[in-house]
Each structure stands twice: as structure tokens, then as C-alpha cells.
Write a protein that binds this ligand. Sequence first.
Ligand SMILES: [Zn+2]
Length: 85
Amino acid sequence: MGRKRRKIIKKTARPFPNVFSCPLCGAVAVTVVHEKGDQMALVTCGNCRASAEVPWYPAYSNVDAYTKWYDIVTRGEKPVEAGQS
Ligand SMILES: [Zn+2]
């Protein structure tokens, strides 16, 4: 039986280039989705599903949108309820 030895490669597995930490659940799973030319960006936590749309300005980067989102979710204003019980 020729067993192949699996190489364990340690690397930071991040599916998205920009992932932020969530103030609600603590997971580093918050992603910013913005389509070019769009005036809104959708920010979602992949763990607790907290999501909100934030305005996107031309000078914005993902971290700016995240900061806006952070404001919204920590203040308890949730424009989008994503099936939380
Ligand atoms: Zn979360």
C-alpha cells in the first residue's frame, strides 16, 4: 500500500482579500461587497449573518464601508434582518 504523505502547508486561508472582525460575534468574517459604480456596498458577517447596506463614496475603500457598517450594527440599527432568531 503506497500511502502518500500529505504535506501540511500552513498558510492564512482567507477566501477574500479584505476580511474584518465582527463586533457582534467576534469572528473575523466580515466582508464588503461593492460593485464598481454602485452607490451602495453590502457588508456582511459570514458567521452571525449581520448585514447592512452602507453608502459608498468614490473615495471609499473597503475599510471605510466596514467602519460605517460597524457603526450601524453596534448601535443596533439593522436595516437588513438576515433571519436571526
Ligand atoms: Zn458576526
